[in-house]
Design a protein around this ligand. Structure first.
Ligand code: PLP
Length: 366
């Protein structure tokens, strides 16, 4: 059996360090917003190449707090529209709605799984004030085109970097440093994952950083002084210390993910399995390795029979979810086709070469 993702094996590599961290944590007795959060924030800001990192409770709240912070700063207001890809995890869209803003969905491109750039350049809306590109599956969104358009239109650019830790463009800039602000998730399955829920905001904007830092902790500016009606979304001290350790292996893990992806791309040869054209450069950190098949139920049965783990990211498009029925009766045929056909095969930094070879062998027999 090849599991889709062996989280136990991923975290076992840090066993000794985690135990030492926990002992030190008990000893220190700082349980909330202590040295570990501060140290991780510094380390992750440096890693991303930005001035500020603010640790928060999870990825959804990272995105939500960025939008709320722009509202407190007067840069966004209720009902403003935020452009977002129709092919994303629902959290991106929920963050926009929860901030009292209006998501404006754009159709996807079948080759990139990201924005259809023609449709994006023609987008029309009365109150568009921002765009939230998603580095879906670990591949950077087309940020040059997005930033050019955003500059022309005077939009804020907020990256959903929950799947893109460490993805780096040709100029050497990393996810988290490619827009005005970015939200990260450290959910356990992400490329940089905590041992529970965690997230962060990165930005170079001093005012925004200050507003997010305040809003994550009840809108306080100093103890028991509340400037804004804030939230409780603090990064856990113990998770911050675990993340600080795991950050040291992120680049190595991403390189291993790319090496596995490269093998899949060159060695999987089946008329029935469609692989995107991919360059395997540093702009992709292969959070997921996604293929498309015409008959997914049949392929799922084949994988199950051959004991290959898989997941579907995602089976139902956001605009087709009951939770988002208030978006109206939207139709995005390309996005719907993507959601009908995609399937993610095992890829993680702890897979052995033999396991990768076996996945390839079994897929080539399909
Ligand atoms: C995981 C994820 C989120 C949400 O992160 P949580 O930590 O689970 O709240 C948001 N957007 C995308 C694209 C994600 O993959």
């Amino acid at each position: 059996m090849i599991p889709f993702l062996d989280l136990k094996k991923i975290n076992e590599r840090f066993d000794q360090g985690f135990k030492a961290d926990f002992a030190a944590f008990l000893e220190r007795g700082q349980l909330i917003l202590g040295d570990a959060v501060r140290d991780f924030e510094r380390a992750f800001a440096d890693y991303c190449g930005v001035k500020y990192c603010i640790g928060v409770g999870n990825g959804l709240e990272a995105l939500h707090l960025i939008l709320q912070a722009y509202k407190t700063l007067g840069q966004l207001k209720d009902g403003d529209q935020i452009v977002v890809s129709s092919n994303t995890y629902i959290a991106t869209i929920l963050a926009i709605k929860q901030a009292g803003l209006s998501p404006l969905l754009i159709e996807s491109n079948i080759d990139s799984y990201n924005f259809d750039l023609d449709q994006l350049s023609q987008v029309k809306g009365q109150n568009i004030r921002g765009i939230m590109p998603v580095h879906l599956y670990g591949q950077l969104a087309p940020m040059d085109a997005i930033n050019r358009l955003a500059k022309k239109m005077n939009w804020l650019v907020i990256e959903d970097a929950a799947q893109g830790h460490g993805a780096t463009n040709l100029a050497g800039l990393k996810a988290g440093n490619l827009g005005d602000a970015a939200g990260f998730s450290f959910y356990p399955t992400k490329n940089l994952g905590a041992l529970g829920d965690a997230g962060a905001v990165t930005t170079n904007d001093t005012d925004l950083a200050q507003a997010v830092r305040s809003l994550r902790n009840y809108g306080t500016t100093s103890k028991y002084i509340n400037e804004w009606p804030g939230f409780n979304s603090r990064l856990d001290e113990i998770q911050a210390s675990f993340l600080l350790q795991k950050l040291t292996l992120l680049d190595q893990d991403n390189a291993r993910r790319r090496a596995i992806a490269q093998r899949y791309l060159t060695e999987i040869k089946s008329d029935k399995i469609f692989l995107q054209e991919q360059r395997c450069t540093t702009d992709h950190v292969y959070h997921l390795f996604v293929v498309r098949v015409a008959n997914r139920p049949e392929f799922e049965a084949y994988l199950t029979e051959n004991e290959i783990g898989y997941l579907i990211h995602y089976p139902v498009a956001p605009h087709r979810q009951n939770a988002l029925s208030d978006l109206g009766d939207l139709s995005f045929p390309v996005t719907e086709r993507i959601h009908d056909q995609v399937i993610s095969i095992p890829l993680s930094p702890v897979m052995t070469d033999d396991q990768v070879g076996l996945v390839i062998e079994i897929l080539n027999r399909y």
